[in-house]
Design a protein around this ligand. Structure first.
Ligand code: PMP
Length: 357
């Protein structure tokens, strides 16, 4: 830390993104990227947009917002686009939390919530997941704070139903409930349509997972227009050009081929269930994931040990050190071939270690 760094950030521990080692080629199953590249027209659109990079992009994201509104059956004024959904989440912490309005989220969830709370200097309360790693909606009744719920949750992959989210919305009429639907397209209920019914709902979505655009950095929020206007005030006060020309063009092309994206999601869900079966045969216990990853532990080998052994053999998965989940690994669903290679490699690790499958 330099002697100039503001004291208010002295305790800030930044988010640690999934590793991207360059020492060898890895099968990368550690950052929940989509197994498939975007539709070919996406690269073409981005390349064409690059020819105008001497000009600032449209700060209103007019065309993209219109296309997205059409795709989702919402109005443009119910949407705001951001540089990945992390950007949107940060705006939500800025807009709807302060020293009097705490943030409320599960003890095991997306690690960035805690970072954003600290970055924005707001108090937060963590509500423990139940023993089986599910969120108990009853614990969120009258939560007295702005609620952040990843649904499906990460890294557990487990989803609440729309009715359970509605119960939380109804019992917190004086607080904003932020539902982070980063993984919702892989088999969970979306709350997007509920933004017309509940004026305290902000749904946060991303193009990174189900639309294969993690490298483009495109996310958005959906809410009633008043909430969107609050968020726009903050966006225009930080970086009105937060979506660059290439990403904007890529986003439009991506939505024009949404059937391609949907098909890829279906393939990934099928691959997920096949991977689940082969890992269960090897003795793994796996949560009920509605995402593009599995959260798995094995009674015969520790989570960190398995992570290290897999890395030695050229496969990256994500291990978290938190006490309650340290025996687990989060495994992104890759292609069918990658998942077969994973199961085979784990089989070898277990056999070599004399561990019962
Ligand atoms: N929410 C959750 C639950 C996530 O896992 C992630 C991705 N790590 C994000 C939001 C942010 O994704 P992005 O910024 O790529 O949209």
């Amino acid at each position: 830390m330099s002697r100039f760094f503001s004291e208010k950030y002295a305790e800030l521990e930044p988010y640690v993104p999934g590793e991207q080692p360059k020492d060898q080629q890895y099968i990368k199953l550690n950052t929940n990227e989509n197994a498939f590249p975007p539709h070919p027209s996406v690269a073409k659109a981005a390349a064409e947009a690059a020819a105008s990079l001497h000009l600032y992009p449209d700060p209103e994201c007019g065309e993209l917002r219109k296309k997205l509104a059409e795709t989702l059956g919402l109005k443009a004024e119910e949407l705001m686009l951001t540089n990945g959904s992390d950007d949107m989440l940060n705006f939500a912490f800025m807009a709807f939390c302060d020293e009097h309005i705490q943030a409320v989220f599960p003890d095991i969830t997306y690690g960035f919530y805690q970072v954003f709370a600290k970055l924005n200097q707001v108090p937060y309360r963590e509500i423990p997941l139940k023993e089986d790693l599910t969120v108990d909606p009853a614990e969120y009744r009258n939560a007295a704070g702005t609620i952040f719920l990843a649904n499906p949750n990460a890294p557990t992959g487990i989803a609440l139903s729309r009715e359970q989210i509605e119960e939380i919305l109804q019992t917190n009429p004086y607080n904003v409930v932020v539902v982070d639907e980063a993984y919702v397209d892989f088999g969970a209920d979306s709350c997007l349509k509920l933004v017309r019914k509940y004026d305290n709902l902000l749904v946060v979505r991303t193009f990174s997972k189900s639309r294969s655009l993690a490298g483009g950095r495109l996310g958005f929020g959906a809410a009633n227009p008043e909430i969107i206007r609050d968020l726009e005030t903050l966006r225009y006060s930080t970086n009105p050009y937060n979506i660059d020309r290439m990403t904007m063009a890529a986003g439009i092309a991506c939505l024009e081929h949404d059937d391609y994206n949907r098909k890829n999601c279906e393939t990934i869900m099928k691959t997920r269930e096949a991977a689940r079966r082969s890992l269960e045969k090897l003795g793994f216990e796996i949560t009920d994931s509605r995402t593009n990853f599995l959260f798995a532990r094995h009674p015969g080998i520790g989570g960190e040990k398995l992570y290290r052994k897999l890395k030695e053999k050229g496969i990256l998965v994500r291990h978290f050190g938190a006490e309650r989940i340290r025996e687990y690994n989060r495994i992104t669903i890759g292609t069918e071939e990658q998942m077969e290679a994973l199961a085979e490699t784990i089989g070898t690790i277990l056999r070599d270690g004399g561990i019962q499958a």
